[in-house]
Design a binder for this molecule. Sequence first.
Ligand SMILES: [Zn+2]
Length: 198
Amino acid sequence: MTETATAPTLCSQNDGKQAVNTGETVPLCADCYYRTELARSLAFNREAALYNLASQDLDRMSVIGGSPLLKIPDLPDAYVFNNIKIDHSTVGVVNTANVHTIDVAISHLNQAGKTEASDLFRELTENVVNDQDIDRKNIDEYLDIVAYLSDQAAAAAKDRKKGLIKAAIDELINRAWPNAIKAAVENVTPMLNHIMFG
Ligand SMILES: [Zn+2]
């Protein structure tokens, strides 16, 4: 595989971000690299737990005992995107691809100085994904809509699809969501309309 000398290497996960792990076979941005490392840590911890179990089994059968055990490192408390905080217990439960889309949109909105919009999408996301009482199916369907709206909010006004945005907002407001989602949406509906339609 050849590369031009000047163009930055992009993340292989099609998120348009620049790769940070130059020199490795699969180019990844900081977010994707972090997730990969987290997955490796989880795999290591599983292996270490099995090794420790085997050591303890051997000790039980031997008169010597004292087999060394591997120290299993703690995982980070939160899954940190650039802008959105997800509790550790939520990782693997929600559709992180949607959270990633929202996170990228928030970065774009911040860069454009549209902080009321970026605050709104962060709030809409964090208040729902970190609520352990909402079932996964509802969270995923909700995030589908929020991700779409955040992407449209980050787009130039002339590129926005107004009819689809209106339909998405209607869906967000009117669907028979669990109460926790309804409350999260009700709080921000006027601001959401203001951001999308001015
Ligand atoms: Zn990436």
